[in-house]
Design a protein around this ligand. Structure first.
Ligand SMILES: Nc1ncnc2c1ncn2[C@@H]1O[C@H](COP(=O)(O)OP(=O)(O)OP(=O)(O)O)[C@@H](O)[C@H]1O
Ligand SMILES: [Mg+2]
Length: 592
């Protein structure tokens, strides 16, 4: 496994072309989103603007129709007036009648603001007027003819002075007969327009030919029609609405919503051009806002993505590092386990060797003592024989009491032999038990019993008394082995000494101390005596292997105790002195 280099900078590893591609895609998506929002907002605003425009147009149309209504009603009113009828019936022959009619028409025109009013006979003669007689131009003739047919005529036209006129023609009926003539009322459209309030949208009214007749924008007046010059560059339908691109000066919008409303009463069509600049600005604003939001969210997403990627990279680097370390640790662990096993094996081997050594030391000591032991056993055996022979003799002489006495001694000697053999067997066995409570005095007694023969043979006096059991922590046989080596060493050392005394003292304290002192020449090299195989004796089974003290050292240490040896000063009697300290056993044993 190859772990990534943890010191390599992140930027160098980032897939730059992929990120650039992503940025381009994101920018394109933002552009598409912005365009879509613009289109949507534009259409929605267009619907609202259309509704607004339609109500504006309805209002303007109402204003025009109600403005004209007055003159229409004036025409009907004058047609029913008795003066009018009389004037028509007299045909303009009675001067006074004509003057009266002229006065009526003038007063009506003054009151209503009509441009001109005239009473016209069926043959088309003007019988009375306001002095500004209506010439029956082509447009006016149509309305007049409708009046002669009994209907209300409406007409619009441009008069000789170039002014736009609206005209109503009301029929004058003779009671129970057909129309005898007409009252013509005409209005100056320009004057009407002046009274209109300023409207933000261009509103105009076109006739059947498509010519603009009434408008709130002067530049549109009388334009349009067949081959006309209404300034529309382009007309198209956007989501069901008609949109014009125009070029008609500063007061007409460049792009406008075109709305129409038919006005059959005045035979015109109302039209309105609603400026689309605010609509487009609003849509642009909404689109800009939405795009900004989109970009903001995108930026947040981008930052989050970058952070996640950086984190993921750091994480993977960390994982790789952890894996590497784990790998190394596992290897170290395996090595450690192997070493532990090896050490355990070595330790076990060492323990086995130590145990073997202890056993060898013991057997060597037994070998050394073999002569003494055989003497020790031989002596009572001889005694038993002589006691038995004596007993036999006593029995023959029928001296049963003496015979019984001898048998008692035999039994006593046999018990002693049994004890010696038991001690030897116990000593020879390999002690494997853990540490227990041991009576140190009993251990010394048993040892002295085993080495008794050797001590006696060397002519050594032993000074040793133990009044009560002294309990210590240790092993019976192992302690015997230690004491036996000390006693044996002392006896060996005092071989040529004039005074041969072995002093053994036990002090019951905490720790318990055992001091073995001899009157020999002392230790030749106290620094080396605990070293294995250090001996001043002839090497061999009979003498020494130099293992006694080193084995003892190990055994005492295993009991948690201490062993040391030193030479006694000459003034105190000289010789060697060994001190062993042992852990005192618990008080419950003392009580027992
Ligand atoms: N009481 C003593 N007085 C003088 N020297 C002693 C005494 N005890 C021990 N030493 C010296 O220490 C040496 C080592 O004693 P140690 O008991 O370890 O071995 P060893 O007695 O020589 O042989 P082994 O005990 O194996 O039969 C002895 O050879 C002797 O020189
Ligand atoms: Mg020894």
């Amino acid at each position: 496994m190859t772990a990534p280099d943890p010191h390599q900078p992140i930027a160098a590893k980032a897939p730059a072309p992929r990120r650039a591609g992503l940025a381009v895609v994101f920018a394109l998506a933002a552009a598409v989103f912005g365009a879509a929002v613009y289109e949507f907002a534009y259409r929605a605003e267009l619907d609202q603007a259309a509704a607004r425009g339609r109500s504006d147009l309805a209002l303007a149309s109402d204003r025009l129709t109600t403005g004209l209504q007055r003159y229409r009603e004036l025409a009907v009113f004058l047609a029913d007036h008795p003066t009018t009828l009389t004037t028509i019936l007299e045909g303009g022959n009675a001067r006074s009648q004509v003057e009266a009619a002229d006065a009526l028409l003038l007063s009506m025109a003054d009151k209503t603001g009509a441009k001109s009013i005239s009473i016209v006979s069926r043959k088309g003669y003007v019988l009375a007027d306001t002095g500004d007689a209506i010439r029956l131009s082509s447009g006016a003739t149509v309305a007049f003819k409708r009046a002669l047919d009994g209907a209300l005529g409406v007409a619009h036209y441009v008069d000789d002075a170039g002014r736009r006129r609206f005209m109503f023609a009301a029929p004058v009926f003779y009671p129970g007969g057909a129309s005898r003539g007409a009252v013509l009322v005409s209005v100056d459209v320009g004057e009407l327009e002046w009274s209109w309030p300023t409207d933000p949208s261009a509103t105009y009214f076109t006739d059947r030919a498509g010519v603009v007749f009434v408008a709130n924008r002067g530049e549109l007046v009388l334009r349009g029609g067949i081959g006309g010059d209404l300034p529309v560059i382009r007309a198209r339908i956007t989501s069901g609405h008609e949109v014009f691109d125009l070029d008609a000066g500063p007061y007409i919008p460049a792009r406008a919503l075109h709305l129409t409303q038919s006005l059959p009463v005045i035979e015109l069509t109302g039209e309105l051009l609603l400026d689309l600049a605010p609509v487009r600005a609003l849509a642009r604003l909404q689109s800009g806002f939405a795009t900004a939001l989109f970009l903001t969210f995108g930026a947040f997403a981008w930052v989050a993505m970058e952070r996640r990627r950086t984190l993921a990279e750091a994480n993977s680097r960390l994982e790789a590092r952890v894996a590497k370390r784990t790998h190394a640790l596992e290897a170290a662990n395996r090595e450690l386990k192997r070493e532990i096993t090896e050490r355990e094996e070595t330790e076990a081997r060492l323990k086995r060797a130590q145990a073997d050594l202890v056993q060898a030391g013991k057997l060597s000591a037994l070998g050394e003592m073999s002569a003494g032991i055989s003497h020790e056993l031989n002596q009572p055996l001889m005694a038993i024989r002589s006691f038995a022979e004596n007993a036999q003799a006593f029995l023959e002489r029928e001296r049963a009491d003496e015979a019984a006495q001898n048998l008692g001694r035999i039994s006593e000697l046999a018990r002693r032999m049994g004890r010696i053999i038991k001690n030897l067997r116990a000593f020879a066995r390999q002690e494997n038990e853990a540490i227990t409570d041991v009576d140190l005095c009993a251990v010394i007694d048993a040892t002295l019993e085993m080495t008794g023969a050797k001590i006696a043979a060397a002519g050594v006096t032993v000074e040793w008394t133990c009044v009560a059991p002294v309990w210590v922590r240790g092993g019976d046989v192992r302690l015997q082995q230690v004491v036996m080596n000390l006693v044996s060493n002392a006896v060996d050392a005092m071989g040529d000494s004039p005074q041969k005394t072995l002093m053994i003292e036990v002090t019951d304290g905490d720790p318990v101390s055992l001091v073995v002192t001899d009157t020999g020449p002392g230790i030749a090299d106290p620094d080396k005596m605990f070293d294995p195989f250090y001996t001043t004796k002839e090497v061999g089974a009979a003498q020494g292997m130099g293992l006694g003290l080193s084995i003892s050292y190990g055994l005492i240490q295993s009991f948690g105790g201490k062993i040391k040896g030193a030479n006694r000063p000459a003034r105190s009697g000289g010789g060697a002195q060994f001190t062993i300290e042992l852990t005192r056993a618990g008080r419950e044993n003392e009580a027992a």
